[in-house]
Ligand binder design. Structure first.
Ligand code: MG
Length: 173
């Protein structure tokens, strides 16, 4: 008997770290953040979108961002990470489930650990930007920010750490 793909609910998590350096641009969740420091990266350095992509890929057991978008490939140099997220969303929809089923995104919850600057003024724009690319209502997208009370590499302003959790579920396509 073929396993039913109706109403399957799956969870995924993603994690990423990027180093910070003076004079580089900082983009998080697709939003450009005024900051003295920014991310050292092959792409645009959007560490939050990378963690979110890994959570989505993980939920569907489709590998990880490094597998699909290798940083050894010059094609991805300086790329807007939202373009990667858009490709990942398409991969979920086309992931070849049986019986005409596809995955839809239930919700996403992102935690950004960054010492400075304060991200509070940008949170709503981040949520709207991610929701737009994932084509879901903004009420399903949570972005939270925390410092680490000046402890560790995040607290010393050397890097930014992000965790993402998502829920996906099957539906008739
Ligand atoms: Mg990354």
């Amino acid at each position: 008997m073929r396993a039913s793909t109706d109403n399957i609910i799956r969870v995924g998590n993603g994690y990423d770290v990027h180093a910070l350096e003076e004079g580089l641009p900082m983009r998080l969740c697709g939003v450009d953040i005024p900051s003295e420091k920014g991310f050292v990266a092959h792409s645009d350095g959007d560490v939050a979108v990378h963690a979110l992509c890994d959570a989505l890929l993980g939920a569907a057991a489709l590998g990880d961002i490094g597998l699909h978008f290798p940083d050894s490939d010059p094609k991805y140099k300086g790329i807007n990470s939202l373009d990667l997220l858009s490709e990942v969303v398409t991969m979920l929809k086309d992931s070849g489930l049986n019986n005409g089923m596809t995955y839809e995104i239930g919700n996403a919850d992102i935690t950004i650990a960054l010492q400075e600057p304060k991200l509070r003024p940008h949170i709503d724009q981040m949520r709207e930007t991610l929701a737009g690319v994932m084509r879901i209502d903004v009420s399903r997208v949570s972005v939270k920010a925390t410092t680490t009370e000046r402890l560790g590499f995040v607290g010393r302003g050397e890097g930014c750490e992000v965790w993402a959790t998502v829920l996906i579920r099957t539906k008739s396509s």
